[in-house]
Design a protein around this ligand. Structure first.
Ligand code: AMP
Ligand code: GLY
Length: 427
């Protein structure tokens, strides 16, 4: 069966890697793809906003499943357009994708179905939002309602900052995404990510992960798409996973079904593990990037039948197997990211770096030009490794990075620090 992956990041390279190990997958296509994906799949430039183009491509190339990596095409209704034409797709419909596309939608669902989350208020006009800020305790979190490429969340330490953020938001800093605001309580605890694949009813647990969102060591610097991750997340004990499933995930799936928009695809819950237990920070309706890279490094069963079963509503009979060993991924980004950066620098030494069978290098912003790998983006490479412990996986990943010759790149040297600390304490 042919598979079409939509996207160009490390997440999509990791998915292409999973399909390259699938018994069931035939031709794998990816649009637009990148320099690493091109080794595993046929990369092409299709206009993803033109749904008919994607439909035609699928019919002409025997594509049996479209796997949508990023959130934009999901929120834009690509899955709906494909399903109307009888083409299977992995991911939620436009209505169900509101779980990521609108923070106000998700908060209201939480209230209606009793799902633990930060206390909040929603505002559509500046004046009531500003007057609400007079009564708040600080710090407080200000969020643009819609998709803002991970930049729509401001943690304001005092009222001045909160007023500034509120005014900027209503002045159009986040465009359409900021016409509504969520102002919410700042939760305290350790963050972790919990994932399930759903078919609208059933939830199949996927491995937990922990991301590192800040650009620099010590969790400092600006927010990024993610500078590294590991899986599993030690804070997500068996008990915490069960509580998350019972208190957050299952009520969400039940609620979405009751609202007439059953959720299919990956439900990625960003959690704060507080002293009272897990609370929902936000939902994403797709795999995480770079979380997907560590999950696919650990996956030992065939991903394609699971994705088809999610689309067909038959997930309950499926099982996934994962390597027991933890995996880590370190993001190498172009110097300057997440601000301005140069494009086009050459990366050398990748083959030697990937020599260890426990090391996988997933590309993000790269292109292959006559056999030379050039950096074309902010986040460029994901150096991923398995090990008996997070510390061992981390040492292998950093040893691989030492073999990469790319002076224009940078990476955080402390990815996995929480897990490594825990491992030190338990020995
Ligand atoms: P989001 O885009 O909603 O995931 O928010 C981005 C980041 O902001 C999260 O990963 C958290 O680190 C932080 N954040 C968001 N909401 C809250 C909250 N209510 N309390 C504390 N931190 C938050
Ligand atoms: N790494 C966070 C995300 O994919 O949203």
């Amino acid at each position: 069966m042919g598979v079409l992956i939509i996207g160009s990041g490390g997440r999509e390279h990791a998915l292409a890697y999973a399909f390259s190990r699938s018994q069931m997958a035939g031709d794998v296509f990816c649009t637009p793809g990148n320099g690493g994906i091109a080794k595993l799949a046929t990369c092409l430039d299709l206009d993803v906003t033109d749904h008919q183009t994607i439909v035609d491509f699928c019919w002409e190339n025997n594509v049996g499943l479209v796997v949508v990596g990023p959130e934009l095409p999901l929120v834009d209704g690509l899955v709906d357009s494909l399903e109307v034409e009888g083409i299977k797709a992995f991911g939620p419909t436009k209505a169900a994708a509101q779980l990521e596309g609108s923070k106000a939608f998700t908060k209201q669902l939480c209230s209606k179905y009793d799902i633990p989350t930060a206390f909040y208020e929603i505002f559509e006009r500046e004046a009531p939002a500003l007057s609400y800020l007079n009564e708040c305790a600080y710090p407080i979190v200000i969020k643009a309602d819609g998709l803002a490429a991970g930049k729509g969340v401001i943690i304001a330490k005092d009222q001045d900052e909160a007023r500034k953020a509120t005014k900027e938001c209503f002045a159009g800093r986040f465009g359409e995404a900021g016409t509504k605001l969520v102002i919410e309580e700042c939760l305290v605890g350790e963050e972790a990510s919990f994932f399930v694949i759903s078919d609208g009813d059933y939830a199949m647990e996927f491995p937990t992960a922990q991301d590192h969102k800040c650009a620099y060591e010590g969790d400092t610097g600006p927010n990024t798409g993610g500078m590294g991750a590991y899986s599993p997340a030690p804070v997500m004990t068996k008990d915490m996973c069960q509580r998350t499933m019972d208190e957050i995930i299952l009520p969400t799936l039940k609620g979405m079904k009751a609202e007439g928009m059953p959720f299919k695809g990956v439900l990625f819950a960003g959690l704060m593990i507080t002293s009272e237990g897990p609370k929902l920070i936000e939902y994403n309706v797709r795999f995480g990037d770079p979380e997907c890279q560590v999950q696919m490094a650990r996956l030992r069963s065939d991903l394609l039948p699971v994705m088809l079963a999610s689309s067909d509503g038959k997930l309950e009979r499926m099982v996934n197997r994962f390597d027991e060993r933890p995996a880590i991924t370190i993001v190498m980004a172009t110097k300057g990211y997440p601000g301005d950066y140069d494009s086009g620098s050459e990366i050398k030494g990748l083959e030697e770096a990937a020599n260890d069978p426990d090391v996988m290098i997933f590309h993000a912003g790269t292109k292959n030009e006559d056999g030379r790998i050039l950096a074309t983006g902010g986040r460029v490479l994901n150096i991923t490794a398995l090990g008996d412990t997070v510390s061992q996986a981390r040492d292998k990943a950093y040893a691989a990075i030492d073999k990469i010759d790319w002076p224009q790149g940078f990476y955080r040297k402390d990815i996995g620090w929480r897990a490594v600390e825990r491992e030190k304490q338990s020995t």
